[in-house]
Design a protein around this ligand. Structure first.
Ligand SMILES: *[C@@H]1O[C@H](CO)[C@@H](O)[C@H](O)[C@H]1NC(C)=O
Ligand SMILES: *[C@@H]1O[C@H](CO)[C@@H](O)[C@H](O)[C@H]1NC(C)=O
Ligand SMILES: *[C@@H]1O[C@H](CO)[C@@H](O)[C@H](O)[C@H]1NC(C)=O
Ligand SMILES: *[C@@H]1O[C@H](CO)[C@@H](O)[C@H](O)[C@H]1NC(C)=O
Ligand SMILES: *[C@@H]1O[C@H](CO)[C@@H](O)[C@H](O)[C@H]1NC(C)=O
Ligand SMILES: *[C@@H]1O[C@H](CO)[C@@H](O)[C@H](O)[C@H]1NC(C)=O
Ligand SMILES: *[C@@H]1O[C@H](CO)[C@@H](O)[C@H](O)[C@H]1NC(C)=O
Ligand SMILES: *[C@@H]1O[C@H](CO)[C@@H](O)[C@H](O)[C@H]1NC(C)=O
Length: 458
């Protein structure tokens, strides 16, 4: 079913590209804020979805960040009374799924870890804001005063297989002397924090490196000699980004579609495990280059360049990156992760969109947005091609397709709680919502159960 659906959406491309070009054109300027990356922290400027690095530097002045806790008594909120811990209340919607076969092919011939349900689980998250000091301010929903806690008491349960919970102790044992890297944009950063927080229940991670702009980082777990890197490479290909400290673009992104970003390729062979992803940055206004020549653009009125649409660039960049991986002779395990869905309702991020749900959605209740469909279709198509080539070359390349897992978690985003107590001054304050990144702890933690199963148990 997924494959059929995908073909359908491929056919819809042309229409969509046109509509999107118009729509995105209108959003043009504002959009740049969305994925803005700042190296500064201007207190007086609203910079919504900064791939912010504030926490990695010094705490935002107005926010009190308690010193690394002497944590013992952890105050984990109790599950709300309304959560019925009987599984049956939720899994009644289990259906026949004809899409098993294609999914299984993509998934190593083992059972499908990506099709399942969120079931209530009263044990809650493995860490909290009090036990983990590595949670970025904008995703620290607990500390920021998110009032509900029901979203913390659901566990991902694949339909056709047992998925044991992430075992941090065992993971670190198995990964002794190994190096991992998560490569991509701010969702990769979101994920690395989740993984580090869980691992830190066994051993504290020590930050051993950060680049000048605090975008790429590396941590070491000394007693396991385990290394975790997070490499900032939002496009995977070479990109020159022109944004000032306030996140205002002075010019389009200059993208070299046939040159990989050496920030990850230079280190590539030094890692044993990698999770590579990209996505939403390709929606931005950009000038496309190939062979050092301008070949077109996306959203560049007045530039006398052909509007190519972002799919043009996304396909080329992904193909190039995946081809590099598939022919790399790498001896470890490489995951390609699809991009993640957002849940803005009543608007988009810049015009009052919000995400107010406090429980997971039922199956089929939320449809993947068209932009997300398009990105994912390109990702799956390019993965399939690369996967065949990787197999021929003895490269172990696997897919992490968390789209459906996350689609049913509209309740897992910070929403207004990307800020510290956003309604403290004014109950009706008009607050920018984040319905793209994920609260920590939150649903993204369960990615790690799946990854452990594939990388350690599988
Ligand atoms: C929980 O679900 C079970 C089975 O569906 C039902 O028998 C029980 O009454 C429910 N409890 C509550 C508190 O809703
Ligand atoms: C809840 O999750 C934990 C692991 O996180 C698991 O050991 C336990 O069996 C689960 N409980 C239920 C009722 O599913
Ligand atoms: C964690 O969040 C709670 C609110 O849920 C807050 O009272 C507490 O101060 C926070 N602790 C830390 C260390 O951020
Ligand atoms: C730690 O792991 C690295 C590989 O990540 C290895 O080169 C190094 O020798 C290890 N150190 C020790 C003390 O085992
Ligand atoms: C690589 O990283 C450096 C430092 O973070 C940055 O200045 C540079 O723009 C990055 N290169 C690319 C191609 O993104
Ligand atoms: C790339 O450009 C150079 C000159 O700038 C040209 O000689 C070469 O043929 C071009 N290669 C491709 C593949 O277009
Ligand atoms: C636009 O580009 C075309 C082809 O490169 C060129 O012939 C034309 O003179 C350009 N127009 C302007 C206004 O620069
Ligand atoms: C969400 O947005 C809608 C439309 O702007 C608004 O009516 C609603 O009050 C918002 N909900 C919250 C909780 O902010």
């Amino acid at each position: 079913m997924k494959l059929i659906w995908r073909l359908k959406s491929l056919n819809k491309y042309n229409n969509w590209i046109f509509k999107l070009a118009i729509a995105v054109l209108l959003l043009g300027f504002a959009f740049r804020f969305f994925f803005y990356q700042s190296s500064s922290f201007e207190p007086n400027i609203e910079t919504p979805f900064a791939d912010s690095t504030e926490l990695s530097k010094e705490p935002v002045p107005s926010v009190e960040i308690p010193k690394p806790p002497p944590p013992v008594i952890v105050d984990i909120p109790k599950p709300p009374a309304s959560v019925n811990t009987s599984e049956t209340s939720l899994s009644s919607g289990v259906q026949e799924h004809e899409d098993e076969t294609p999914q299984e092919e993509l998934n190593d011939g083992k059972c499908d870890l990506f099709t399942g349900d969120w079931i209530p689980n009263s044990s809650g998250p493995m860490y909290t804001n009090a036990t983990c000091s590595l949670i970025e301010g904008h995703q620290n929903c607990m500390r920021n005063g998110r009032p509900d806690s029901g979203y913390l008491f659901w566990r991902w349960n694949p339909r056709d297989c047992e998925l044991p919970p992430f075992d941090a102790q065992r993971f670190l044992e198995v990964m002794r002397n190994k190096r991992w890297a998560l490569i991509g944009d701010s969702i990769s950063r979101n994920h690395v924090q989740s993984l580090l927080c869980i691992l830190s229940t066994v051993e504290q991670a020590v930050e051993v490196y950060h680049d000048e702009e605090y975008k790429s980082k590396r941590w070491h777990f000394p007693s396991h000699n385990f290394t975790m890197s997070n490499i900032w490479s939002p496009f995977l290909v070479k990109a020159a980004i022109f944004e000032d400290n306030n996140g205002v673009s002075s010019s389009e992104v200059q993208l070299q579609l046939d040159k990989l970003d050496t920030n990850w390729t230079n280190l590539y062979q030094s890692f044993d495990y990698m999770i590579i992803s990209t996505g939403k940055w390709f929606l931005k206004a950009a000038i496309y280059h190939e062979n050092d020549t301008e070949v077109g653009c996306h959203i560049c009125p007045g530039k006398n360049l052909t509007e190519k649409g972002f799919v043009f660039a996304y396909e080329k960049a992904l193909r190039y990156a995946m081809n590099f991986v598939a022919t790399s002779k790498h001896k470890g395990l490489i995951f390609f992760r699809t991009s993640t869905p957002d849940h803005f309702e009543n608007g988009e991020w810049h015009n009052g969109g919000n995400c107010t749900k406090t429980t997971p959605a039922k199956e089929g209740e939320i449809e993947l947005k068209d932009l997300n469909k398009i990105l994912r279709a390109v990702e799956l198509a390019e993965f399939e091609k690369a996967s065949a080539k990787a197999a021929e070359n003895g490269v172990n390349l696997k897919l992490l397709d968390f789209t459906n897992l996350l689609l049913s978690r509209p309740d897992g985003h910070p929403g207004p709680y990307r800020q510290f107590h956003p309604f403290a001054q004014d109950k009706n304050a008009n607050v920018q919502n984040d319905c793209l990144h994920w609260c920590l702890p939150g649903p993204i933690d369960y990615w790690n159960d799946v990854i452990m199963e594939m990388a350690v148990n599988g």
